[in-house]
Design a protein around this ligand. Sequence first.
Ligand code: MFU
Ligand code: CA
Length: 161
Amino acid sequence: MLPKRLIIGLISLCLMIRCTGGNERCGASIRGACPPAWSQWGDKCYKQLSKNLPWAEAKQECIKKGSVLVVPQSQEETEFLQNNMHRQFWINCSDLQVEGTWVCQDGTTDVEYSNWKTGEPNNAKGIEDCAVVTASGDWNDVPCNGDSPVICQRPAPQLHF
Ligand code: MFU
Ligand code: CA
């Protein structure tokens, strides 16, 4: 006869895991598995930096922490970040390489989701190449050299089985 707490433990583990893969592969992230001082939402861990920085420095600081500048991928994720960290913050999207061609990166891969405010990106005064989530949750392009709050993201630890 298996001990009751082992059975309860196994059931809890089953409730905590979420399958994300296809038939042959199942990725599971365990709630609360982020490093100390990082917060988890879904399968990502987030950390807010203590000071506002220009976009390129924000990006560098996140890389130094083994993470990347955040790129929210849904309205729900955006709301989590706004409610728990900052109303307004840098995102890992810029058109610095080719003016007018916006690239958002989730680590090394380009991501498709975007949530531009109506009329944005407008490259106002010809000097806006970096993007922020605004207080209303949608995106605006702004000058890269201004200081904004910084949130870094990294994947939550995964179990593959
Ligand atoms: C809009 C934005 C700019 C800037 C300005 C104050 O342009 O696109 O990024 O925030 O308002 C008219
Ligand atoms: Ca703009």
